[in-house]
Write a protein that binds this ligand. Structure first.
Ligand code: HEM
Length: 429
């Protein structure tokens, strides 16, 4: 594995803004579902489509982009180019665009859908191009770089199909809409979100759980992810159901494999601590394993509720919970790192694991997991939808408070540390 150093890790302010903006997007999605709980009855409900994009575009996307600012330099030794004020503009464009797209779904306004969708697309294409520039300049063909490249390709495929879908909806292009929506959703969920989780896990799980690397066999199997997604779409578009089925079986096997390998790694951890990070990654592994049979049932069953349950478990479950688990590690680590760098006076600082209280992390993660389980169950038992969405909103709100408190404390202490005179080591004779 190739770990360079944290030297290239940029100041965390911009990443923190992305994290809080993203958590706000996820909160908005949960509040929307609490407002219109009947959305869970069908995937085509306007509020479902709006909530999906608030969660994925205004929620997970900024968190993932903010984390990549820190992750790419540390993992690949190459900083993402910064655009100065343009970075903030990009974040604002993404959130405004995602909001406009969601509003367009909700009120059926084609104008809002097109304007919001185009703005979000523009922001993401720019962010994606920057990521691709850094990843393809990297000469080393480390497994991590290859995984991140796959994630970037999947993002471009998701966006290309999103452009086509917008064309169908706003210009009436005569194309097989349903197959294209399914393909777009698969690229977004399995390719971009799943691919990025697999890439990050390949580095984070062995490093932070002090365990063996993922096996070479797994790295080779992961190369099948994009071909499977291509075959799935070709199968759906050409009416070759067997090809689409084969691809779905392969995707399910990859999800199950990822879950199984990750669970074994976490259970064999030599770190010895059974904290929120430990249980959080176990949960991520279990969710990946659960998605395999759920995806197969959703594909082969004629009952559309399975598809809804699958989508909720994939997006709010695997995607949302991985984001939470990683944020509870990234935010304290960045705070601690940048305090250390500024601490020329060698003042006493809070311990790393005290920066975001462990009890708060556990409660929030448990509430989020319960809310996702209830949301998925609500597709069969609609009475659960309102309590589930309310619980999810409360969990996200709690998380925003927990993390923003740590970020404010970071700023205050950093200012103090910078104002202190450096401690001079007595000269040794
Ligand atoms: C700017 C970027 C995007 C645009 C413009 C966009 C647009 C769309 C459109 C027009 C639909 C079809 C809605 C309908 O059937 O009426 C759709 C569906 C969907 N999109 Fe996106 N999308 C974008 C990004 C993403 C991303 C990044 C994800 C990541 C997971 C995603 C996940 C989905 C899913 C899961 C569906 C199916 C929803 C359902 O069946 O209920 N989209 N998108």
């Amino acid at each position: 594995m190739q770990i360079v150093s944290t030297e290239a890790s940029p100041a965390p302010g911009l990443s923190f803004a992305h994290f809080i903006a993203g958590l706000g997007g996820m909160l908005a999605a949960a509040l929307l579902l609490a407002w219109q709980p009947e959305a869970l009855l069908t995937r085509w409900h306007p509020a479902t489509l709006a909530a999906v994009h608030l969660f994925a575009l205004a929620g997970m996307m900024p968190v993932m982009l903010g984390a990549l600012f820190q992750f790419v330099p540390v993992a690949c030794g190459l900083a993402l180019p910064r655009f100065g004020a343009g970075d903030w503009l990009l974040l604002a464009a993404l959130q405004t665009g995602a909001g406009g797209l969601a509003a367009g779904f909700l009120n059926g306004s084609v104008l809002s859908l097109s304007l919001g969708g185009s703005l979000a697309l523009l922001a993401l294409l720019t962010a994606g191009a920057r990521l691709a520039w850094a990843l393809w300049r990297q000469k080393l063909s480390a497994a991590l770089v290859a995984s991140l490249r796959r994630g970037a390709l999947a993002l471009f495929a998701t966006l290309a199909l999103a452009t086509v879908l917008l064309g169908v909806m706003s210009h009436g292009w005569q194309l097989p809409f349903m197959a294209l929506v399914d393909w777009h959703a698969q690229w977004g969920l399995a390719g971009w979100i799943g691919g990025l989780i697999a890439a990050v896990a390949g580095m984070v799980v062995p490093m932070f759980h002090v365990t063996e690397n993922y096996p070479q066999r797994w790295e080779r199997a992961l190369r099948l992810l994009l071909p499977a997604l291509v075959c799935s779409g070709l199968g759906m578009l050409s009416g070759q159901a067997w090809l689409a089925c084969l691809a779905v079986i392969l995707l399910a096997a990859l999800a199950a494999g990822f879950g199984l390998i990750s669970a074994r790694r976490v259970l064999a951890s030599r770190r010895g601590e059974k904290d929120a990070f430990h249980y959080g990654w176990l949960l991520v592994a279990l969710l990946a394993m659960l998605l395999a049979p759920l995806g197969l049932v959703a594909h082969f069953s004629t009952d559309p509720r399975w598809g809804m349950a699958f989508g909720i478990t994939a997006l709010a479950g695997l995607g949302g919970i991985t984001v939470s688990v990683m944020l509870y590690r990234i935010v304290p680590f960045l705070i601690w790192l940048h305090w250390q760098r500024a601490n020329k006076a060698r003042a006493r600082l809070p311990l790393l694991h005290r920066i975001v209280p462990e009890a708060g992390q556990r409660i929030e993660l448990a509430a989020e997991a319960l809310a996702v389980g209830l949301l998925a169950a609500a597709t069969f038992f609609p009475a659960l939808a309102l309590p589930a969405a309310t619980l999810l909103a409360l969990a996200r709100l709690g998380q925003i408070l927990l993390l923003s408190h740590a970020m404010l404390d970071f700023r205050e202490r950093l200012a103090v540390l910078r104002s202190l005179p450096p401690k001079v080591r007595p000269a040794s004779h």
